[in-house]
Design a protein around this ligand. Structure first.
Ligand code: GLC
Ligand code: MG
Length: 584
């Protein structure tokens, strides 16, 4: 699911009409954030940090990160300014999809530790006001999950209908049998797997080893809601819900429409029309919300759903704001170029979403190449990394970071197919090298093993860039990517306009500079980002916005530009510069 192939696949899903409408719509004035909520929930002001547990910190020298390792790094996260961690799956799993194929939802995989280690992590995190969010893999289980083993054992097994079993087309008894329809797996090949034991096909949106649960079955719902109860009782603060738009399939099994061309796996391109974003998804999200809302502490739900436009994204909040609080904004994550008009348009759209929902922004995760490579121009990547930090952390909304993003970690793909771990990297090689490149060990220091492990063989090799891009050395450099993140995270917490303020786009016709105001009471902070590779001088005239003041006092600028005040009508921005400044 590398961004090249992922974006290509995904673009094809976007209905042409919706795309045309989105492009034609004029960026509208952003509105003030909601004041309607009963109280100020923690997640409105939180910064979430995604941890890929295999790669964050190894405590027992087996070359694989673990829970005790995460606990030992909580002080680092606290010092950085993180409020919540989302940990990708740590449940028992055969590991075909590195944890996203779960064989037991209410236990911890021994490779990561024990439930006692988990309890300790939650307790230690709480002492530091850090909340722990779990990954809720809702669409499918592992084929080794006892539920599936029962389901596949016979056509009359009580759990048969927990998964999606169908007859093939044609002559089932001979080699001429055909899958029930043309649906394809996101990871390549058909979405139907023939099972010789009971002579039917089962459906899997992802790998063959990830059979889809049947969410039309009330018993499945009960069992999966029980999973939420289990982790809430153990102190989870909420969930990131995996692949949620894939929960339901057309019961009539209509064929999906083919599209021109082929994907990295050699399959014909297809629009996942009958297996994606079915309306029933929203019934489940409402039920999930009701389950977690029984618990105190404002539990939060975050969805992974790469919605094609703001209308689809807005639906995730629920028609009565009764679904998820933070649907991830994949549109903004995947702009994949420094385009001021595109970012401006998307920020304005989500800021004025009709549900008045809180935006959730991110640029990197464990499924796509890191932003350092995706947004870098090959020459100014470090400066662009700092610009992206400002874009993420100076906007209104809940930002989400991916471990190592604060260091400028880069994508380091395997050099040879023999070294690939992620199965899609083997299948798609060399067009799609899989997701190992964005999952390499956290770069704690400049030693050969970066402080990640004592094992000579970490599960993925340490990237060469770790020698200079690591916590220890970047801490010492006031202008490092790390210190830029750290200063921004502190500013967000302490400056009332950055913490609570509305967001309003300004200088809307500038083709290269994204600029906006954050306002709270009398305080106005201006944010300006030069997305071009040349120096710009930009005038700001804010009378029309009702802002008094003629000068700017910098709060943070990158590249460093001193702290003396700047006239508002003559703001100089170096190539890829970002400025956060108070209007005075
Ligand atoms: C999500 C996860 C990805 C996983 C897939 C199947 O997209 O982020 O890592 O492979 O779901 O569970
Ligand atoms: Mg370990």
């Amino acid at each position: 699911m590398h961004w090249t192939s992922r974006t290509a696949l995904y673009r094809l899903r976007v209905p042409i009409l919706a795309l045309a409408l989105a492009l034609a719509s004029r960026a509208t004035q952003a509105q003030a954030p909601s004041t309607s909520s009963a109280h100020d929930e923690w997640w409105r002001h939180a910064v979430i940090y995604e941890i890929y547990p295999r790669s964050f910190q190894d405590s027992d020298g087996d070359g694989i990160g673990d829970i005790k390792g995460i606990t030992s790094r909580l002080d680092y996260l606290k010092d950085l300014g993180i409020d919540a961690i989302w940990i990708t799956p740590m449940y028992p799993s055969p590991g075909v999809d590195y944890g996203y194929d779960i064989s037991d939802y209410t236990a911890i995989d021994p490779v990561y530790g024990t439930l006692a280690d988990f309890d300790m992590l939650v307790a230690e995190a709480k002492k530091r006001q850090i909340r722990v969010l779990m990954d809720y893999v809702i669409n499918h289980t592992s084929d080794q999950n006892p539920w599936f083993l029962e389901s596949r054992s016979s056509r009359t097994n009580p759990k048969r209908d927990w998964y999606i079993w169908r007859d093939g087309k044609g002559e089932t008894e001979t080699d001429k049998r055909q899958p029930p329809n043309n649906w394809q797996s996101w990871f390549g090949g058909p979405a139907w797997e023939w099972d010789p034991i009971t002579r039917q096909y089962y459906y899997h949106y992802f790998y063959v080893q990830q059979p889809d649960l049947n969410w039309r079955n009330p018993e499945v719902r009960d069992a999966m809601y029980g999973v939420l109860d289990f982790w809430m009782k153990r102190g989870a603060a909420g969930f990131r819900i995996d692949a949620v738009s894939r929960l339901f399939e057309d019961p009539n099994l209509h064929d999906d429409p083919f599209l021109p061309g082929r994907n990295a796996y050699g399959d014909r391109n297809i629009q996942h029309k009958y297996t994606d974003d079915l309306p029933e998804v929203h019934d489940v999200l409402k039920e999930v919300r009701r389950v977690v809302d029984k618990y105190p502490g404002d539990p939060v739900l975050i969805t992974e759903a790469d919605e094609p436009n703001v209308q689809a994204l807005t639906k995730m909040y629920g028609d009565k704001n009764d679904e998820v609080q933070l649907p991830m904004d994949f549109q903004i994550a995947d702009v994949n170029q420094l385009s001021a008009p595109r970012f401006r348009q998307l920020f304005n759209e989500i800021e004025s979403n009709s549900a008045n929902g809180q935006p959730e922004y991110f640029f990197s995760n464990h499924d796509q190449p890191r932003q350092w490579d995706r947004y870098g121009d090959g020459e100014h990547n470090d400066q662009i990394a700092k610009l992206m930090a400002v874009l993420l952390l100076a906007t209104r909304g809940t930002p989400q970071m991916y471990y190592g993003e604060e260091l400028g970690m880069r994508t380091t793909d395997p050099a040879r197919i023999e070294d690939v771990h992620d199965p899609i990297g083997k299948r798609g090689w060399p067009k799609d090298k899989g997701r190992d490149g964005e999952r390499t060990p956290m770069q704690w220091d400049g030693s050969a093993l970066t402080g990640f492990t004592t094992s000579a063989k970490p599960w993925l090799p340490v990237p060469p860039s770790a020698a200079t891009y690591n916590v220890e050395s970047e801490r010492k450099d006031p202008n490092s990517i790390f210190n830029t993140y750290k200063r921004l995270l502190a500013l967000r917490k302490t400056d009332p306009a950055l913490r609570d303020g509305s967001q309003q786009s300004i200088n809307n016709d500038d083709p290269e500079v994204v600029a906006f105001l954050r306002r709270e009471g009398d305080r106005t902070v201006l944010v300006a980002l030069n997305m071009s590779g040349h120096a710009r001088t930009v005038p700001f005239h804010l009378q029309a916005n009702g802002v008094k003041g003629t000068r700017l006092t910098p709060l943070l600028s990158t590249p460093a530009a001193g702290s003396s005040s700047i006239p508002l009508d003559h703001v100089e921005l170096a190539p890829f510069a970002a400025l956060v400044a108070a209007v005075e």
